[in-house]
Design a protein around this ligand. Sequence first.
Ligand SMILES: C[S@@+](CC[C@H](N)C(=O)[O-])C[C@H]1O[C@@H](n2cnc3c(N)ncnc32)[C@H](O)[C@@H]1O
Length: 315
Amino acid sequence: MKEQLGRLDGDEALRQQVLPFCRLRPGEVWQDSLAGHRIGCLDARNPAHIALLMDGQLAHVAIQDPPYNVLLDKRRSHALGKTALDAFLADCRQWIATSLAALAPDAHFYAWLGADQTDGFQPLPDFMLLMRGFEEVRARSFVTMRNQRGYGTQHNWMAVRQELLYYVKGNPPFDVAAEYTDIPKILRGYYKEIGGEKLDNAARSKSGNIRAGNVWVDIQQVFYRMHENVPGCYAQKPLKAIERIVRASTATNGLVADFFAHSGTTLIACEQLGRRCFTSDFDPVFAEIAIRRLERLRATGEPGWQAESPFPEIA
Ligand SMILES: C[S@@+](CC[C@H](N)C(=O)[O-])C[C@H]1O[C@@H](n2cnc3c(N)ncnc32)[C@H](O)[C@@H]1O
């Protein structure tokens, strides 16, 4: 099994082939008439673009997955690459501001990020310090997700982490039920006497499974054999991770914002969980892929293309 479409960011000729099939131009928004999602071809740093996307509404959670300022597979492209740290942080300052302005008074803010171990762990610590300047939010948790496939070096610890910073604005509700994994508890202990009976922690707790906590080890990294895989994308997040965030942070019909749509994972999670998603990407190709992924889910029940091409128009 081989993916029928190569990485769209690194191959300009391929991008030029698919561009004519993309229905949004920069500055445009597609309105979904079925579930009320909105998908834009917009720049996350531009307040006017984000105001257009939000259409006067405020989100209950923002889940942002920006470029990390690291080279992925040592490749540089128009969308992905490494700039001077100051320039990267100046961009971050702009999209953080547009994100916070799009949030309700009680809301959650999540940002995925990386730490380049070959370059002083940038930009993670710099981003954390930058966030301190936004006084309307406070830090809540620092989650690490384990990527199941890492770089198998023999000379260093295998790099398997993805960082997720969690902040809140006001006092939003948090649904702890979303935190339970499929992993059964294997540790016993913490005996307590209740009604004359000695009960261990497993007998007393709400679930026989462990909570994800802030180290997520139960999520498979997306690869071409998985049904949710989207060929052409290079930085797709697993649906399971985004679903966990959406369920913990919003009620049914809640509004979710994601200004770095890429393969449209947040949109698909929202569609499946009965939430509305306002999402955008500044690249028309990824805005189109997000729309197509939603249409495909509705038409076939499939959350992605596995190895098939999302652009069957081109050979
Ligand atoms: C890391 S990917 C997001 C992955 C996404 N969470 C998923 O699961 O598919 C980052 C995306 O942000 C887009 N992007 C980068 N800078 C942007 C900006 N200033 N405004 C909007 N989109 C941007 C890129 O085109 C890319 O598709």
